[in-house]
Design a protein around this ligand. Structure first.
Ligand code: HEC
Length: 104
């Protein structure tokens, strides 16, 4: 599946993952979320594992419509960050979710 995605990305020249990465970095998410190490926030790997096969649920979380499942004790810190992305379209949120899920 990953290979197939990579091929689609190459052939299509457009990538949800690439857009998601841009959003992730431009919105400051990377300052608290590293690929593999837990810092202020859980690693992208941990998030991707918790949300494996649950892309829709992750999008809901990003919209503030689903509870935290990774580190609920620190949910307030993350909740404050959701305002930064509240004006993104569904497609952009989906791309953002797919980018994070690619760290599994
Ligand atoms: C100030 C630090 C900080 C920033 C900036 C930040 N986060 Fe977080 N994030 C956290 C912390 C702390 C947690 C752990 C609490 C939790 O699980 O909700 C977390 C958890 C998460 C989770 C897991 C949610 C769950 O179900 O538990 C996702 C997804 C996430 N962040 C996405 C993002 C995105 C996307 C951005 C950029 C818009 C972002 N974060 C910016 C600190 C941050």
């Amino acid at each position: 599946m990953k290979k197939l995605l990579a091929i689609l990305v190459l052939v299509g020249g457009v990538s949800f993952a690439a857009d998601g990465e841009k959003i992730f970095k431009s919105k400051g998410c990377a300052s608290c979320h590293q690929p593999a190490a837990d810092t202020v926030g859980p690693s992208l790997k941990k998030i991707a594992q918790a949300y494996a096969g649950k892309e829709d649920q992750l999008v809901k979380f990003l919209k503030g419509q689903a509870p935290a499942i990774v580190d609920p004790a620190k949910a307030a810190i993350m909740k404050a960050q959701l305002t930064v992305i509240k004006n993104l379209s569904d497609d952009q949120l989906k791309a953002l979710a797919q980018y994070m899920l690619s760290f599994k």
